[in-house]
Design a protein around this ligand. Sequence first.
Ligand SMILES: Cc1ncc(COP(=O)(O)O)c(C=O)c1O
Length: 409
Amino acid sequence: MTPSIKLALHGGPPVRRVPMPLRRAMGPAEEHMVAEVLDHYRRIGQDPGYQGPFEDRYTAAFAAKLGGGFADSVATGTAALYVALAALGLPPGSKVLCSPITDPGTLSAIILNGLVPRLMDSEPGSYNIGAGTFAARLAPDVRAAVVVHATGQAVDMDGVMAVARQHGIRVLEDCSQAHGACWKGRPVGTFGDIAAFSTMNRKAHITGGSGGVVFTRDRDLYHMALAHADRGKPVWQEGFDWRNPAQFLFPALNLHTDEISCAIGLASLERLDETIVRRLAYVAGIAGKLRRHSRACTVRPYSPGDSPFIIPVFVDAGMVSCDKMEFAHAVRAEGIDLNPHYEYVAATWPFLAGHLDDDFATPNAARACADSFVLYVNENYGETEVSDTVAALRKVEAHYTGGDAADGQ
Ligand SMILES: Cc1ncc(COP(=O)(O)O)c(C=O)c1O
């Protein structure tokens, strides 16, 4: 046993002195597309607006990537969720099962549609639900479920859909963290009735600073989504007149996006596959090395069909002499980007009091977040970042286990 090197947290030299690589999702290809939009509209003597040729191209490309169907590009991921749920036309007050770990936008979209969220739990040791935890929360009046593919790992959609179909439950997939992910070779977003994606600047593919997409393979649902995204306009109907609100179907907000965002989306979508491959390489590198060289830290395996967004690292509390937070802060002090505690367990948010169907505390989800911190990842992380991350984890582990940090990687 060798004495561990002084932690950066305690004033020692950090493993990594340079910042982790920046992402730069707005690269030259995206800039080029913005120039193309401006050129196009200059040529035709107009200013770029919305629902024009660039949105048509983008939504067609997006739907093609999912194997065919219909897509509508909207202002944000939250708007996509809101519109997708509205399109389902559920009776007011219906209960909607919802994944336990997600963005507040998912819950807000349910509540603001006049529906009642009923939280499901995640599987033990996971941020995601499974068929069993879905089935465990069935109840009378449950009409729909929002299934989040959290952290970029695909949920077992065969299992979930079998339960949902058996009970007549409509399914909205929240794919915001899982662009391009697949379950058994089939893209997420194609299993449920409808899907929503956030395309804000931190997601695997972006439409700029913010954005979202609604996807469905059902033409009628698509039409409802279009109308709910833009003041009730039945744009698909023959003879529709944009300047005649008397034709609009119902009151609805204006949640659509614009031509410049869609052009950015086109460029960003082009490199989604490469983005995923590079991120998977980072996750695989870390997971493999931790399996061989760490006793206290575990990364739940990602499959080649996943699309990593963040990477939970589970710390075995029985093996280390500190709590998870101190461990995570120590790793971060070594120069590794991370979030020491993922605060996205919906059951813990005070603002949901009075809005949820019951006070189910989602114990597995709470435990999973309590036992883990999340590493960030982007497509510019490479071999050096794998080595540095693992070296930092091992150095911190050695310190808090009193063990030795290194016998190669
Ligand atoms: C799972 C999930 N759902 C919904 C959202 C909301 O998306 P947006 O921020 O684009 O409104 C996000 C991300 O922000 C998310 O990660």
